[in-house]
Design a protein around this ligand. Sequence first.
Ligand code: C2E
Ligand code: MG
Ligand code: MG
Ligand code: MG
Length: 284
Amino acid sequence: HNAKEQNVEIRRYIPSMQMKAKERLKLENDLRRALERNEFYLVYQPQVQLETEEIVGMEALLRWEHPKRGIVSPVEFIPIAEESGLIVPIGDWVLRTACQQNKEWQLAGYRHICVSVNLSMRQFLQPNLAGKIDALLQEIGLDPCYVDLEITESMTLDKETAFDQLNRLKRLGVFISIDDFGTGYSSLHYLKNMPIDRLKIDRSFVSEVMEDSNNAAIVSTITSMAHHLKLKVTAEGVENKDQLHFLRQQHCHEAQGYLFSKPIKAAEFEAAFLKPLLGLPVQR
Ligand code: C2E
Ligand code: MG
Ligand code: MG
Ligand code: MG
């Protein structure tokens, strides 16, 4: 590259960066007001136990209906919320709303299922997180065994902090899952000692499991490792019957994905998936 070419590149680069920073700042300001303006809502996606084909859980996923932009993807706004610290009040709202909804459905006489809530790094690092969740569940009257907290491997990077936090959460009685498993760095040594309940195999491995023999090997290895470690294992992003068949052959416990349903609003989820409570609640 000669100097002239480089200059052209630099000139092109700067304005677009400025635009992005401006855009981002605007989104952050809008995000700051989104809670009080009631622009957030949750959608729910079923988690299916493969052996029984029963719905044993649902993942609560956050949606932001921006007044001008329409629905903004969490992939876009969660990082901004995380960096600005807004994720803490937003995450509190998600936890409260998901737990209240689950309790409401229990009181309405539906069979009890577990609600999974995604935690971000900043939320997970709050020293009083377990205390906050304890107070919340007592206030709502929801049994902690119907709450699953999804964390990612990167949140366990600081080993001691993560262990302490996970132990406090486990003492509460909530379920703990490692989300997007396989995309992080976690060593088998960490995994062996961590007080967790479940691995969720990342969608990227599941989506091409029939086309890519490496993905098949990864899914099968994670599944068998989970069995050996006495952890539950859930496959994310299951979109077709061939994938489901493969997961069944591997004795994967649960699956989640568009094959069963996209994440949908509470009323829709209730109508499509909740069953009346007859006999004992299903346990994971
Ligand atoms: P995630 O926790 O791994 O959630 C699964 C994502 O995969 C969801 O995207 C879901 O809609 C999508 N998905 C599920 N099944 C399929 C499938 O069969 N095919 C395909 N292509 N996609 C599928 P979504 O809702 O856009 O969320 C993206 C990410 O944003 C989540 O990934 C999670 O990391 C984050 N997120 C969402 N809600 C929250 C929240 O309340 N708090 C935090 N901290 N993060 C959240
Ligand atoms: Mg998740
Ligand atoms: Mg995931
Ligand atoms: Mg994922």
